[in-house]
Design a protein around this ligand. Structure first.
Ligand SMILES: Nc1ncnc2c1ncn2[C@@H]1O[C@H](COP(=O)(O)OP(=O)(O)OP(=O)(O)O)[C@@H](O)[C@H]1O
Length: 611
């Protein structure tokens, strides 16, 4: 065999980007991706995956972003194309896209130099490779502090000079953060399974590995270089976040207990911020529900964890909740916002104290607890911590009695929780990382409306307002997530519930995600004024769920030619702790719709009852 290939020409990736631009069907997307992975040597597959994900590394690493503002970009393009900044600005204006601008300028300067044949042979540039592009982009991102602006410009200009016009176009789009390809993690995992197992059957294992080690580039590399066995052996690792287990929802205590097969742990569902606490000796890292590193926001939690976790190496989960030290009362989630400010964290720590309620153990001293029953995980959790007033296990009971469950639920609400989490205890009650399933069921407070619960939907479009809202976005087109084909299906247009301040902020929030055509993963019948790449999640409540022929959520699942929609939807708040794939799924809306029908049925059956 020839020498092992360790790199991939960058033009192969460029060809892939180009093909994607003219593709809309998901099956085709997967096929194109399979073709790319087949050509990718194992050594660079991690980098190829990151580039497809439009990033340089997983967000949780907390490494800097590229940090190239438009001004710097113009300077770099000007340097690399021998054009003045003014010319670059003009072309940028007329093309409306920096990628197209650099492509045009480079083509022009190539044509100009065509006549000059002297030295061209000897000077023929080396072909750009994925490693080279990745290395320079990394250096650009890591250049920080004094003189870093200049360094960033020089590095980028150098890279663009080495690139041909098409390569330069995509490099610029990447740098600008505009290289969203509409390829979700689900499609990447499908393609990896096809390439390395010849079909879909490896997909669940790849997904499990990704759930335990939230780094798809790394998972792809292990698979490509060490094979399927290595993927099977993957266990949690302290320092690398585990994708959180999620709960289904129901609101009938009897039905909930039937679903978890009888006896259950019923815990307070605290209204705070989920925290995955990693301890490695005297180092603590805290990851959020979205797997962002939030350690710096909670120096007090770091201290509590160091003091009260007896294990050397462990991964624990809990909820961080704000409280009022004068009364001991728990405060709502919004109070934690003070911890998001970058400066004066010590002031926030003093003014907004928190408690931690632990509810799971995922790993301890080389043992993978995610594969163990809840009962074992909880027992060990209690053994390895010293419980204090501020750092302790979530309030819970163990029961199989619906009446007792209901009573505990009311107690939870009266003590400032949102409701309860009911957790299965049976043989199969493992920790299902990254999965929403029936092993955990949330039972939340009724919002005093027909819709029992709020939903979290993704912005996929926006409409300009009229009257007082003229010229501004007044209404957003919202969608649910359909994980079975990795798409976003429209549910409703929401125009109420926004404060003036919310409305003022919308253009800025949407700006990076606005597209001139329907994003690949969006399924919609209506045409908004602008399309929005799925990125922003909002919590929505409405009067009730209805069926609508113009929305595509779970289309045809309840009735032919109708999707599920929300009557009188109202915006509650942004959920920036959620990724679009964490939004309420179309199947969950189907369940909620059925539940609503059932409750209406019950009301009709007992007309005397107060509703
Ligand atoms: N005792 C507990 N056990 C598990 N999760 C808890 C508990 N108390 C509070 N929580 C929080 O509830 C969330 C579980 O609900 P779910 O799995 O549906 O996630 P979610 O979609 O963020 O929930 P929601 O939208 O209801 O806030 C967890 O992410 C966690 O932050």
């Amino acid at each position: 065999m020839s020498q092992v290939q360790r790199d991939l020409p960058f033009r192969v990736i460029v060809d892939f980007f180009k093909k994607l631009e003219t593709t809309t069907a998901r099956t085709q997307l997967t096929a194109i991706l399979v073709n790319l992975f087949k050509q990718t040597p194992p050594d660079v597959i991690d980098k190829v995956v990151y580039l497809i994900q439009a990033r340089l590394w997983p967000d949780w690493k907390g490494l800097p972003e590229l940090g190239i503002a438009e001004k710097l970009l113009i300077k770099a393009i000007s340097l690399s194309t021998n054009s003045s900044e003014k010319v670059v600005e003009e072309i940028l204006k007329s093309k409306g896209d920096a990628g197209l601008a650099v492509e045009a300028l480079k083509t022009r300067s190539l044509e100009k130099s065509k006549g000059v044949t002297l030295f061209t042979f000897a000077e023929k540039k080396q072909e750009l490779t994925v490693n080279k592009v990745y290395e320079v982009l990394t250096r650009i991102a890591l250049a920080q502090g004094e003189g870093s602006k200049d360094l960033k410009i020089r590095l980028l200009a150098g890279l663009l000079s080495d690139a041909n016009p098409e390569e330069a176009k995509y490099i610029v789009r990447f740098v600008e953060g505009k290289l969203r390809l509409g390829i979700g993690d689900a499609t990447i995992m499908d393609a990896l399974s096809i390439v390395y197992a010849g079909g879909a059957h490896l997909r669940p294992l790849i997904e499990r590995a990704y759930n335990l080690r939230a780094d798809l580039g790394e998972v792809a590399k292990i698979l490509a270089s060490q094979g399927v066995e290595a993927i099977k052996q993957i266990t949690p690792m302290v320092g690398i976040p585990i994708r959180p287990m999620l709960a289904e929802r129901l609101s009938d205590p009897k039905e909930i207990l039937e679903k978890v097969e009888g006896e259950a742990f019923v815990e307070f569902k605290y209204d705070g911020e989920r925290a995955q606490i990693h301890k490695d000796g005297n180092k603590i890292v805290i990851y959020s529900r979205r797997l962002e590193n939030i350690t710096h926001q909670y120096p007090d939690v770091v201290e509590m964890a160091l003091k009260n976790i007896k294990a050397e190496k462990a991964i624990l989960e809990g909820e961080i909740v704000a409280y009022d030290p004068s009364t001991g009362e728990l405060k709502p989630f919004q109070e934690l916002m003070h911890r998001k400010r970058k400066y004066d964290i010590h002031v926030a720590v003093k003014e907004n104290p928190v408690k931690v309620f632990l509810f799971d153990l995922l790993y301890e001293e080389g043992v993978d607890y995610t594969v163990k029953r809840l009962i074992e995980r909880r027992k060990r959790l209690e053994e390895i911590i010293v419980q204090t007033e501020e750092f302790r296990v979530a309030e819970y009971i163990r029961t199989s009695d619906p009446g007792e469950l209901e009573k505990f639920f009311l107690q939870a609400i009266s003590e400032g929780a949102e409701g309860v989490m009911v957790k299965a205890l049976h043989e199969g009650s493992v920790y299902q990382a990254g999965t929403r399933g029936w092993l955990w069921i949330k039972f939340k407070r009724d919002y005093r409306s027909e819709m029992v619960d709020t939903v979290d939907l993704v912005v996929v479009g926006a409409f300009y307002g009229r009257g007082r809202r003229g010229g501004k976005f007044g209404t957003l087109l919202m969608a649910s997530y359909n994980p079975s084909n990795d798409t976003f299906e429209t549910v409703c247009k929401v125009g109420s519930g926004f404060t003036d301040e919310d409305l003022d902020k919308i253009p800025e929030l949407l700006k990076p995600f606005i597209r001139d055509r329907k994003p690949l993963r969006v399924v919609a019948e209506m045409e908004p004024d602008v399309w929005v790449e799925p990125a922003l999640v909002a919590e929505i409540i409405g009067a009730e769920l209805t069926l609508s022929p113009i929305h595509t959520c779970a289309y045809g699942k309840i009735k032919p030619e109708a999707g599920i929609s929300i009557r009188f939807p109202r915006f509650i708040r942004w959920r920036d702790d959620k990724k679009p794939e964490d939004a309420t799924t179309s199947d969950e809306l189907v369940e909620m719709y059925k539940l609503q029908l059932k409750r209406i049925g019950e009301k009709v059956a007992q007309p005397g009852e107060e509703t």
